[in-house]
Design a protein around this ligand. Structure first.
Ligand SMILES: Nc1nc2c(ncn2[C@@H]2O[C@H](COP(=O)(O)OP(=O)(O)OP(=O)(O)O)[C@@H](O)[C@H]2O)c(=O)[nH]1
Length: 650
C-alpha cells in the first residue's frame, strides 16, 4: 500500500486510501452480514417449515378425532333403542350436515355381521324394506358375511356400497375385527372404496366403531362377541378427506401420507403434489397414531421456500448496495474533506494576502480608492480620507468627479470611456477638500478588471503634491522676487520688460522705464543701523508701489535702487507725472524705530521707443537719466537725454 501510495499525488491519496479501506471493510462486513442473514434465513425457514408440518399434523389428528365423535354419536342411537330404523339413521346423518361441516367424509354407515346360515334371510329382510334387488356382495360362499345396511347420504356413490360385504376384503376385515375384538375405534389400511368409479379414483380408508348391546357386559372378548351388533363406520376418500381438513390452508409443501411405516407407493394414501419431484430442501417425517393405526406423514418443503431464495438475493443485493453506498459516502466524505482543506488553505492564503494588501493600503502614504463603474466611491483608505478631510464614510457612494473644483461633464465622460477601453492614466488634478481648500495631487486611475475580463470599476491612487507645488512656487518666488521688499527682482523685471518690448513693438505703443535711487541712504544705515535701513527700504518700496498702477511693475534692482515699468505711457510728460507722485510719497516723513527720517529719491526716465529700442539701450538711458537727477541735486526726476523722436509706425 505504501508503494502504491507513493506514486499517487498526495491529494488523491487522502481520498483513495480511506475509500479502499472502506471497500475492504464493506466486503468483510458484507460477507459476515450475508453469512449471518443466511443462517438466520435458514433458521427462519426451518422454523416456518416445522410450524407448517406440525400444524397440518395436528389438524389431521383433530379432524379424525372429530370423525370418531361422529361415529360415537351414531353408536349412541343404538343405546337409545335396540332397533335403529333406516329412517332414524337417515335423520341422524342428515342432521350431522356432513358435506357442510365435515368435508371429506364419504358418509356414515352401519354394517352388520351376517352368519352364512342367515344370509338368505338377511337379504330377504332388506328386500322387503323396499330394495328388491338387494343382495350381499360379492356373491359366493363364505363362512361369515357382513353387510352394509345403512349408508347415508344414500346417494348414487354410496348406493354402490349398499349390501357390500366388507369382510370379503382383507384390509377392511382386519380393521373390523380389530374394532370388534378390542371394542375400540379402528382405522383401516389403504383400500379402494367400492364407491369409487373410474373417474378420479382415490385411495380410501375406513373408520370403524363397534356397536354392542348397551346393557351387555363388555369386559372380555367373549362378552363383547356376544353383545356385538355391528359397526358404525365412515368411508373416507383420502384426497377429499385431507383437502377437506386442510381447506384453504392447503400446504405449499408436498405432503404424502403413507399407511403404517411403509413408504412404498403401494402404501401411499395421499400425495398433495404428485406431479412435483422432491425439492431436496427441507423434509420432515411425522408418525401419527390414529385409532390403533399409524400414518406416516412425509413433508417436503415447497417451492415457496426456494422462492425465499429470492428474498435472500434481495437481502444480498441490499447489503451490496448499502456497502456500495458506504464506500461512495466514504469517498465523498474524504474527497469533500480534502476539498474543504484545500479551500481552507486557499482562503487562509487569501486572508493572508488580503491582510497584507489591506495593511499596505491602510498604511500607504498615498491615497487609494476604489470606484464602481459609475465612478462612485466604494472604498477609501485612511490616508485619502485624511487628505480630503471628510468623515470616514462621507464619500462612500459619492461620485469621484464631485471632488473636481469645477464640474466638467466632458472630462467625466472621457474618463469613463477611457476606463471602458481598459486604459489607465496619470495626471495632475485638483481636488476639493471638505474645508473647501484645494488639494493638488497626482492621480492615477486604472481600470479594475475581474477574472473574466469585465470592468468592475476603477482603482485610484492619489499622491498629494501640494507641498511640492508650494515648494516649487516658493523657489520660483525666490528666483523672481526680492526677499526684503517682496518686489520683483531684476531678473523678473528684465523678463517682463522683454515681454513689454515685444508687445509695444507689435502694437506700436510706448512704455516708460524708471530708475529710482534713494538719496543718501547710506546715512540711514550708518546712523540708525542696517535693520532700520531695511525697514526704510520696505516702507519706501511700499510707498512707491502705491504710486503706481496695478498694471505697472516695480522691482528692486539691489541696494537702494528700484526700477519701474509703466505701461500705456504716451509721453515723457505722463512719465514725469508718475515720477513726481512717487517723489512726493517718499518725501513724507518715515518713522523708523521711533525716529523720524526723511527720504528722497532720484528718478531717471526713459521711454520706449524714444530712448531705446532694446533692453540694453533703454536701461542705459534710464540709468543715465537717474544719474542726471542726482547731478541735479537729487529728490527729482530727469528724463533721458532727448533723442530725435522716431515716428511710431501706424
Ligand atoms: N540697510 C540696507 N542697506 C543697504 C542694502 N543694500 C545696500 N545698502 C546700503 O545702501 C547704501 C547705498 O549707498 P549709495 O547709493 O552708494 O550712496 P547713498 O548714500 O545713497 O548716496 P547717493 O546715492 O549718492 O545719494 C550703501 O551704504 C549700502 O551699504 C540693504 O539691503 N539694506
Amino acid at each position: 500500500m505504501k508503494a502504491f501510495a507513493g506514486w499517487l499525488p498526495h491529494k488523491q491519496t487522502a481520498t483513495i486510501l480511506p475509500t479502499l479501506l472502506a471497500l475492504a471493510l464493506t466486503i468483510t462486513m458484507g460477507s459476515l452480514a450475508i453469512a449471518r442473514f443466511d443462517a438466520a434465513h435458514d433458521e427462519a425457514l426451518r422454523n416456518a417449515f416445522a410450524y407448517e408440518t406440525s400444524e397440518i399434523t395436528l389438524k389431521i389428528e383433530e379432524r379424525l378425532k372429530a370423525y370418531r365423535q361422529i361415529l360415537r354419536g351414531s353408536r349412541a342411537l343404538f343405546t337409545a333403542s335396540q332397533e335403529v330404523t333406516r329412517r332414524e339413521w337417515q335423520h341422524y346423518v342428515d342432521a350431522l350436515r356432513l358435506q357442510a361441516d365435515y368435508p371429506g367424509i364419504q358418509g356414515v354407515g352401519f354394517a352388520v355381521p351376517v352368519p352364512a346360515a342367515k344370509l338368505a334371510l338377511h337379504e330377504q329382510q332388506i328386500r322387503t324394506e323396499g330394495f328388491p334387488d338387494y343382495q350381499v356382495t360379492p356373491a359366493g360362499p363364505r363362512a361369515e358375511y357382513t353387510a352394509i345396511v345403512f349408508l347415508e347420504p344414500f346417494d348414487w356413490r354410496n348406493q354402490r356400497a349398499f349390501g357390500y360385504d366388507m369382510y370379503s376384503e382383507p384390509v377392511r376385515r382386519e380393521a373390523m375385527e380389530r374394532a370388534r375384538r378390542l371394542g375400540t375405534p379402528a382405522l383401516s389400511g389403504k383400500v379402494r372404496l367400492v364407491q369409487e368409479t373410474r373417474t378420479d379414483p382415490q385411495a380410501g380408508v375406513l373408520l370403524y366403531l363397534p356397536v354392542f348391546r348397551h346393557d351387555a357386559p363388555l369386559l372380555t372378548p367373549a362378552q363383547r362377541e356376544r353383545a356385538f351388533l355391528g359397526w358404525v363406520y365412515s368411508p373416507f376418500r383420502m384426497r377429499d378427506l385431507i383437502t377437506g381438513i386442510l381447506g384453504e390452508s392447503a400446504p405449499g409443501s408436498r405432503l404424502r401420507i403413507y399407511d403404517a411405516h411403509d413408504q412404498s407407493p403401494a402404501s401411499l394414501l395421499f400425495d398433495s403434489h404428485p406431479e412435483r419431484r422432491e425439492s431436496g430442501a427441507l423434509t420432515d417425517r411425522r408418525v401419527v397414531e390414529l385409532e390403533n393405526r399409524v400414518w406416516t406423514l412425509v413433508f417436503d418443503s415447497s417451492p415457496i421456500f426456494p422462492l425465499d431464495e429470492k428474498t435472500r438475493q434481495m437481502e444480498q443485493t441490499a447489503i451490496v448496495l448499502i456497502g456500495a453506498l458506504f464506500v461512495l459516502l466514504t469517498a465523498f466524505f474524504f474527497s469533500a474533506r480534502q476539498r474543504a482543506r484545500e479551500l481552507d488553505r486557499i482562503s487562509t492564503s487569501l486572508r493572508t494576502s488580503e491582510a497584507r494588501y489591506s495593511t499596505l493600503v491602510n498604511l500607504s502614504q498615498d491615497g487609494i480608492a476604489a470606484l464602481d463603474t459609475d465612478l462612485r466611491f466604494t472604498f477609501l483608505n485612511p490616508r485619502l480620507i485624511g487628505l480630503l478631510g471628510y468623515a470616514p464614510d462621507a464619500l462612500l457612494g459619492q461620485r469621484f468627479d464631485s471632488l473636481w473644483p469645477s464640474g466638467d461633464s466632458t472630462r467625466s465622460r472621457s474618463l469613463a470611456e477611457r476606463l471602458q477601453r481598459g486604459e489607465a492614466a496619470t495626471n495632475e488634478q485638483e481636488l476639493r477638500r471638505a474645508d473647501g481648500r484645494i488639494l493638488t495631487a497626482i492621480v492615477t486611475d486604472a481600470p479594475h478588471i475581474d477574472a473574466i475580463g469585465g470592468l468592475q470599476g476603477v482603482i485610484l491612487t492619489i499622491t498629494d503634491i501640494s507641498e511640492r507645488k508650494a515648494s516649487e512656487q516658493r523657489i520660483h518666488y525666490l528666483a523672481t522676487h526680492d526677499p526684503l521688499t517682496g518686489l520683483a527682482n531684476r531678473a523678473m523685471f528684465m523678463d517682463q520688460m522683454n515681454t513689454s518690448l515685444l508687445i509695444a513693438k507689435r502694437h506700436k505703443t510706448r512704455f516708460a522705464l524708471l530708475f529710482l535711487d534713494l538719496d543718501h541712504f547710506k546715512e540711514i544705515n550708518d546712523s540708525l543701523g542696517h535693520a532700520a535701513g531695511d525697514a526704510l527700504l520696505i516702507e519706501s518700496a511700499s510707498r512707491m508701489r502705491h504710486g503706481l498702477r496695478a498694471s505697472d511693475l516695480l522691482a528692486r534692482q539691489g541696494g537702494d535702487e528700484f526700477m519701474a515699468l509703466l505701461h500705456d505711457i504716451h509721453s515723457m510728460h505722463e512719465a514725469l507725472g508718475v515720477a513726481e507722485k512717487i517723489r512726493r510719497a517718499l518725501n513724507e516723513t518715515f518713522i523708523i524705530d521711533a525716529h523720524e527720517c526723511l527720504v528722497s529719491a532720484s528718478i531717471g526716465i526713459a521711454l520706449y521707443p524714444d530712448h531705446g529700442k532694446d533692453l540694453e539701450s533703454l536701461t542705459r538711458s534710464a540709468d543715465a537719466a537717474m544719474y542726471r537727477a542726482k547731478m541735479n541735486g537729487r529728490n527729482g526726476a530727469s528724463a533721458a537725454p532727448d533723442a530725435p523722436p522716431e515716428p511710431v509706425e501706424p
